[in-house]
Design a protein around this ligand. Structure first.
Ligand code: AHR
Length: 653
């Protein structure tokens, strides 16, 4: 009997689960977890801003793309009856020099100006769309301009009209309701009768935007960001900060003030990858620095702007500004701090107030350069740091450790920046899942008294066989979840972390994988998104040791785990990742303070299929599931399924 009993126990453990004993040392509180720990990296890549979260539906609204009629299909039905001319006023209007002159003097036929949107325009049945345009008459128009929303086949699904009545430039506004839901519609402007008119800044937004701000952001996409409860928002990138050459670097001053005066600029991702060439990718800067600050505030995130440091992208031209001519770049950084924090009496603070935000944005973090490397970066960072620290010691500066997670380039920057005692070093790692698993102890070895780390861009890359695409699989997401236990455990070193990139349009992407996918009407979170959301929603206040055989957990028996206390709710939060296919039995005992357990809320992301994805047709294929149960005593016994990421929130008294 005894033999059979032993055999039975062996079989059930072997087939079901082995038991792992863990201890939480409540009496040995560890480092505080920074409020900024889990944040967001935003870049206008993959149509992230224009064509994405910035809800403008008209592409090339002011005819300022390199090819002025790109996105517009101008169809004079009979060219002897109507002409359209692109007029370039040059220096008379440097930021927005072009407009379209339409001449109908023959009085026959009509002129149809039609915009294709960003891979079409998404219209929702019964939704209102607010169209604005700037126009002036050069000859009286005998008829109002007809405005039409049309479907893929050109069938009208909504209409309105506008009477242009002034010889001076004037802004006209019309609301049109869509009668159908259409994923790839267009906007038509039909000019008929006689007369001649100039038009510019033809723009259309859904009436429903984030906080219903006119000219605002896409509600569904911002909501997904807010749901993460991010600690910070890094913007505007990414390589977009650098530009391929310095001439097309991101310049924040050109992105604030009146929308009409924000100068359109080519998006550096336009031609970056020949296999994903996007010739119609430009930056309107309708989502500019003011809007980024506002977005950060709206979603409760610390703003973290990254500025060009006098260096263009080193993967492209690697152009640099001579050290003696760096002052305007440094001045831009000083002025940005004034824009964000200065009083209304200052030049840039006044602009912020005029734009609608008299209160400061409370900027505390600033990145100098994006993904730079070499001596040329150190030289430039040094000059920035000297000037910025002299005037604004309260602002923490972020410096770059380059594009790689290790190797000579990383070592040079890391050693040099550490010897300079910088505030925070921005590390990037786009590596396979195995790297993330192997590196769960990366920060255990870091100098506890050195600069802090900002894991500013990371994602586990899983190749889609036979293509250049990389997939947001569960295998990638679970590896990130495992690695992130090491970030939390080392919260005294790692103060901030963000997955990258954030957004991708299903038909307009250049880079994969990405956290959130969208098309003109829908959006969904990847498994990686839910990992970020679970961390963001369960940040905690301070780490407590979670040990197996007196060691922290970073891959023993395929388990990665960390624990922290939430000082507000007084809960113990345990994060456990099981990267093996088999389930594990876990016994967790608490040491210290004689706390009694009351309740266990478990949030779990789990799939036996490592290739599992979420998609537009099945956006909830892999999403976290929550269960709650009562607890007693001082120990927890749970079974952790194979390939799972679980967060326990444990109420204690
Ligand atoms: O996230 C995509 C790109 O990766 C960023 O623009 C750049 O910083 C990094 O190389």
């Amino acid at each position: 009997m005894k033999f059979f009993g032993a055999l039975l126990m062996f079989v059930s453990l072997g087939a079901g689960a082995q038991t792992i004993n863990l201890k939480v040392k409540l009496n040995q509180p560890g480092p505080a977890i920074s409020k900024t720990m889990w944040g967001l990296f935003f870049e206008d890549i993959n149509l992230g801003a224009d064509g994405g979260v910035y809800a403008e539906l008209v592409k090339n609204r002011s005819f300022e793309f390199d090819m002025p009629m790109m996105g517009w299909d101008d169809v004079p039905k009979d060219s002897s009856n109507a002409t359209a001319l692109v007029i370039n006023q040059g220096s008379a209007s440097p930021a927005n020099p072009r407009y379209l002159h339409i001449d109908l003097r023959q009085g026959r036929g009509y002129f149809l100006l039609s915009n294709e949107g960003f891979r079409g325009m998404g219209f929702k049945k019964d939704e209102k769309y607010n169209l604005t345009l700037q126009a002036r008459l050069t000859e009286n128009l005998s008829k109002p301009v007809e405005l039409e929303l049309v479907d893929e086949k050109g069938v009208k699904i909504g209409s309105g009209n506008v009477t242009i009545d002034s010889k001076e430039w004037k802004k006209y506004e019309v609301s049109i309701t869509a009668g159908q839901t259409v994923p790839k519609g267009r906007l038509n402007l039909r000019f008929a009768g006689t007369g001649a008119v100039d038009v510019d800044m033809i723009s259309m937004f859904p009436a429903t935007t984030w906080k219903n701000r006119p000219g605002g952001l896409r509600n569904d996409l911002v909501q997904m960001l807010a749901d993460i409860k991010p600690g910070f928002l890094r913007f505007p990138g990414g390589c977009i900060v650098e530009g391929k050459v310095l001439d097309n670097r991101y310049q924040w001053k050109k992105t604030v003030g009146n929308i009409e005066e924000r100068e359109t600029l080519i998006n550096r991702w336009n031609t970056e990858f020949s296999h994903r060439s996007t010739p119609d990718y430009f930056q309107s800067f309708g989502l500019g620095f003011y809007e980024y600050f506002l977005l950060a505030e709206d979603i409760g995130a610390e703003p973290l702007p990254i500025l060009n440091c006098g260096m263009a992208c080193q993967f492209n031209s690697a152009e640099v500004v001579p050290l003696g001519e760096l002052d305007p770049y440094i001045q831009d950084a000083l002025d940005l701090i004034e824009f964000a924090n200065g009083s209304e009496q200052t030049k840039w603070g006044k602009l912020r107030a005029t734009m609608g935000h008299p209160a400061p944005f409370n900027l505390k973090l600033l990145g100098v350069g994006n993904e730079q490397w070499g001596e040329q970066y150190i030289e430039r960072f040094t000059l920035f740091a000297k000037a910025l620290k002299a005037k604004h010691p309260e602002v923490q500066l972020i410096s770059s450790a380059g594009p790689y997670s290790d190797g000579p380039m990383f070592n040079y920057l890391n050693d040099t920046l550490r010897s300079m005692k910088v505030d925070l070093i921005d590390e990037h790692y786009y590596r396979p899942p195995s790297w993330f698993l192997k590196n769960a102890r990366r920060y255990d070895k870091y100098d506890r008294n050195g600069p802090k780390v900002f894991a500013g861009e990371y994602a586990a890359h899983v190749k889609n066989a036979g293509s250049d695409e990389k997939l947001n699989t569960w295998q990638a997401a679970i590896a990130e979840a495992a690695f992130m236990t090491g970030l939390e455990r080392n919260a005294d070193i790692v103060q901030m972390a963000s997955y990258a990139p954030l957004f991708a349009h299903a038909e307009g992407w250049q880079w994969t994988p990405d956290l959130i996918w969208f098309n003109n009407l829908q959006s969904y979170g990847t498994p990686n998104y839910y990992v970020q959301k679970m961390y963001g929603n369960n940040k905690g206040s301070r780490v407590v040791p979670l040990l197996m055989n007196n060691e922290s957990l970073a891959g023993q028996d395929s388990i990665y785990a960390t624990a922290c206390i939430d000082d507000n709710s007084k809960e113990l939060i345990i994060k456990i990742v099981n990267t093996a296919p088999a389930s594990k039995k876990i016994n967790i005992s608490l040491e210290g303070k004689g706390k009694l357990l009351q309740k266990l809320v478990s949030t779990q992301l789990q799939s036996a299929d490592q290739a599992q994805l979420n998609t537009f047709t099945d956006p909830n294929a892999l999403v976290p599931k929550e269960t709650t149960k009562a607890l007693k005593g001082q120990a927890i016994a749970e079974e952790i399924p194979g390939y799972s990421f679980t967060i326990f929130r444990i109420g204690m008294k």
